[in-house]
Design a protein around this ligand. Structure first.
Ligand code: NAP
Length: 262
């Protein structure tokens, strides 16, 4: 019998991360749960051990704190049982761009982009060496939509999609699976934490539906899984348009429209 890989989930104390933890435990995977709120992680871990008979480790970490991030990188590098990384921890933006503080911008970028990238980079060499493993990065459809007015948050999520596409090209030939999951509005605490009343949103997906759909994409080994996107061809068309645009980029000369005096 082959042993199932251990799954390390960041942001496992609530919402999407806690639901991933529940689903992977039901599938029989051992878990490493990461977040700041240790009491919540301990309570979830106890329930998952009892209900599913799996081993669950709890790691308290603030992923915006350099020492905590470094400790988690070490765990990912050294613990060969960990075969799946769910890069889920993230926060939304409160307020408009002009209302941001330097500290707030730093925290948002540190959590949504720096920590996610560093954790993927910590585990990738081991996965490449073993020719197996999966990295799941949680992005957002907000990364497609500057119109939504969450410019920094959306930019971090556009980063997550781009990074996942790049990692897929680099790592999938080595046997490592990379998935970007792009939810739209989902009923979790992220809204309240950002000071947004979820009840003002016209439509919201339940978190169980979101994660179950994301896992359908995971099992199919999809690169980009957008559970709320009803017409899959929309994504294919967008990606094809991007590649078409690149085919019309010529490096040596500016386009004709820029070679005339105004
Ligand atoms: P959530 O319920 O607020 O969960 C966020 C998780 O991240 C919590 O477990 C939180 O735990 C953890 N976290 C926050 N700051 C952290 C830090 N500094 N260090 C370590 N852990 C930290 O929100 P969610 O909706 O499930 O969010 C999960 C992911 O989904 C995020 O990347 C988010 O951007 C993405 N997403 C959500 C939606 C949505 O509508 N809900 C839509 C698109 C994308 P602690 O507070 O215990 O640290």
């Amino acid at each position: 019998m082959t042993t199932l890989p251990t799954v390390l989930i960041t942001g496992a104390s609530s919402g999407i991360g806690a639901t991933y933890a529940d689903r992977f435990a039901r599938r029989g995977h051992d878990l490493v749960l990461v977040a700041r709120d240790k009491a919540r992680l301990d309570a979830l871990a106890a329930r998952l051990r009892k209900d599913n008979g799996v081993a669950v480790d709890v790691l308290q970490a603030d992923l915006t704190a350099p020492a905590d991030l470094a400790a988690l990188e070490t765990r990912l590098r050294d613990d060969a049982r960990i075969g799946i990384l769910i890069n889920n921890a993230g926060m939304a933006q409160s307020g408009s761009f002009a209302a941001q503080t330097a500290a707030g911008i730093d925290r948002l970028l540190a959590l949504n982009t720096t920590a996610l990238t560093r954790l993927a980079a910590a585990v990738a060499p081991r996965f490449v060496q073993s020719g197996t493993g999966a990295i799941v990065n949680i992005g957002s459809v907000v990364g497609f939509a500057p119109e939504l007015g969450m410019s920094i948050y959306g930019a971090t999520k556009a980063f997550v999609l781009f990074l996942s596409q790049g990692l897929n090209l680099e790592l999938s030939p080595k046997g490592v699976y990379v998935q970007a999951v792009l939810p739209a509005a989902t009923r979790t605490e992220i809204w309240e934490r950002a000071g947004i009343d979820i009840n003002v949103l016209p439509e919201v997906m339940e978190v169980s539906e979101l994660v179950d759909a994301a896992l359908v994409g995971f099992d199919r080994r999809e690169l980009v899984t957008i559970p709320p996107l009803q017409v899959a061809e929309r994504w294919d068309a967008l990606d094809a348009a991007r590649q078409g645009l690149m085919s019309d980029v010529r490096q040596a000369h500016a386009a004709e429209r820029y070679q005339q005096a105004a």
